[in-house]
Design a protein around this ligand. Structure first.
Ligand SMILES: Nc1ncnc2c1ncn2[C@@H]1O[C@H](COP(=O)(O)OP(=O)(O)OP(=O)(O)O)[C@@H](O)[C@H]1O
Length: 502
């Protein structure tokens, strides 16, 4: 019996047909991957499969029963955005009966709750303790917690995961994959949404490709490869090995950091030059974001100094950092810098206020022009600039934020996981843009990324961070996968990190 069948689903929002006559079927013991560009309709489809939204047309059958627009315990769901109760413990977060997890009874007994959480956490090899507060655990642990929460409902037959690996390291991803294999062997199924093509190749029993709300490809065949997926998604071929490293000679020193220390890292020294893309590699939690956030002013600096454009740098003042030409583009869209309920234009205006307006006022015309330039330059998929930014697909939100941060013409841009949740085509657009602003505007870019391919393709140099310290610096001619991987797990470190470009 087919576990889940969505038949001829159509869903429209004002100005957008998010899904157009989509049919998919999920068989028992299958991993069903769904891929598509940003805005293709994947999350909308998930909302319909989980019963969170009702389609305008079409039906949802779960084990042959019509469940259109209703939630079902047969469906467990891990949403794309983290969605936890920060002031509750890990165990409480696992067991509270959230609507969309299929989790059952209320358990108010804290000790019992913690006891019962332990085996689920063990399955995912979580490092936190059941009694830790959700607000105190790392981003990766929070992601695993979200998955643990979905796994707790024993009745589910289909587990839906919407980009579950975005904040996970390779090791954590392996654990998740083992859990999925386990589910398969029990005859349960998973719907897996990802932008990472290697994950699709590794996991899929069947792949469905969405483009502009329509199913354009559906195959379980052996013929599937990354090229096929890219072609189906984008309607064209893309060379996934193309290099975007800036080619022009590097210029003056923009940023010089000496002996920097802060929360979770120490002894960090590096130099960033005009026209350079400098990569920072490391495991999630190695301290890369903390270093850049400390320079930018979000976090407390405890030792060391920095020079920016040859002048002494003052730590601890983000407003001043932006004014002087340093911008940090955060990996956590939601908590830094996005106003979900405001329109795209208002979000752009908020950025303009912080950056180029001296009087605290930005004219309507300027807001409109800046927003429409971002929408056209970055191909943001939206019906209008008045759309609330939360209604854009995740990738399109990110494009607006990147566009907004560049409006101020910064000299140095810290990009923290800038392509997380971004589709394969938009990624190439972002890499092209990074290369262009480095070469033509002579900007210096620090790129923090967990995707090694991204670092290899874009960076002139890569510094690796291991447990809060620099353990190697890899110049362009030695950049390869094994060298970076070795260094980030702590087995590299052959070269001390210095200013290789000097
Ligand atoms: N509540 C809403 N109101 C208006 N438009 C919406 C709403 N939800 C989704 N959309 C639009 O529907 C389209 C499909 O969005 P969806 O989030 O399903 O895409 P996606 O494939 O999941 O993208 P991503 O990979 O970026 O997460 C997009 O154009 C989006 O802007």
């Amino acid at each position: 019996m087919t576990l889940l069948r969505a038949e001829n689903i159509t869903k429209r929002y004002p100005g957008v047909t998010a899904l157009d006559n989509v049919t998919i079927e999920v068989e028992p013991g299958h991993i069903h991957c769904i891929v598509g560009e940003n805005g293709a309709g994947k999350s909308t489809l998930v909302k319909i499969l989980t019963g969170l939204e009702r389609p305008d047309r079409g039906n949802l059958y779960i084990e042959d029963e019509d469940r259109t627009g209703q939630m079902s315990k047969a469906i467990a769901y891990v949403p794309q955005e983290l969605n936890l109760f920060d002031n509750m413990t890990v165990a409480e977060n696992i067991f509270l009966p959230f609507d969309n997890t299929g989790s059952g009874s209320l358990l108010f007994d804290r000790r019992r709750c913690e006891r019962e959480a332990a085996p689920i956490m063990e399955k995912l090899k979580m490092e936190s303790s059941p009694s830790d507060l959700a607000s105190e655990i790392s981003v990766a642990e929070r992601q695993l917690l979200q998955i643990a929460r979905a796994l707790v409902g024993s009745e589910f037959r289909v587990l839906i995961l919407d980009e579950p690996t975005a904040s996970l390291t390779k090791m954590e991803i392996e654990r998740l994959f083992a859990v999925l294999e386990d589910l398969k062997s029990q005859g349960r199924s998973a719907i897996f949404i990802t932008h990472r093509l290697d994950e699709v190749m590794r996991l899929h029993d069947i792949v469905t490709v969405l483009r502009n709300g329509e199913v354009v490809g559906n195959s379980s065949g052996e013929d599937i490869d990354e090229d096929w997926i890219v072609r189906m998604m984008t309607g064209k071929g893309i060379d996934l090995n193309f290099l975007y490293r800036p080619r022009k000679p590097l210029g003056d020193r923009l940023l010089e950091v000496e002996g920097l220390a802060g929360d979770g890292f120490s002894d960090i020294s590096f130099t960033l030059r005009e026209g350079e893309i400098l990569g920072f590699a490391g495991l999630v939690g190695a301290g890369r974001s903390e270093i850049m956030q400390t320079i930018f002013g979000y976090r407390k600096h405890t030792a060391g100094s920095a020079r920016f454009l040859g002048e002494e740098w003052t730590f601890g003042n983000t407003g001043k950092a932006i004014e002087r030409g340093l911008i940090y583009l955060s990996e956590e869209r939601k908590s830094h810098g996005i106003f979900p309920n405001l329109s795209i234009r208002q979000n752009v205006a908020a950025g303009l206020l912080k950056t180029i307006s001296t009087m605290g006022v930005v004219s309507d015309r300027r807001q409109r022009e800046a927003t429409s330039r971002i929408i056209s330059d970055y191909k943001v998929k939206t019906a209008s600039d008045k759309t609330a930014i939360r209604n854009l697909s995740g990738g399109n939100q990110q494009k607006v934020l990147i566009g907004r941060s560049l409006l101020a013409n910064p000299r140095v841009l810290f990009m923290d996981e800038p392509t997380r949740g971004i589709d394969v085509n938009a990624k190439e657009e972002i890499y092209t843009l990074m290369q262009r602003i480095a070469e033509e505007n002579r900007m210096g870019i620090v790129l923090i990324s967990s995707e090694l391919e991204e670092l290899l393709r874009c960076c002139n140099r890569v510094i690796t961070i291991y447990e809060g310290r620099m353990n190697s610096e890899i110049p362009e001619d030695q950049l390869d996968m094994e060298t970076i991987l070795g260094a980030i797990i702590g087995s590299g470190g052959s070269r001390p990190a210095t200013d290789a470009a000097a």
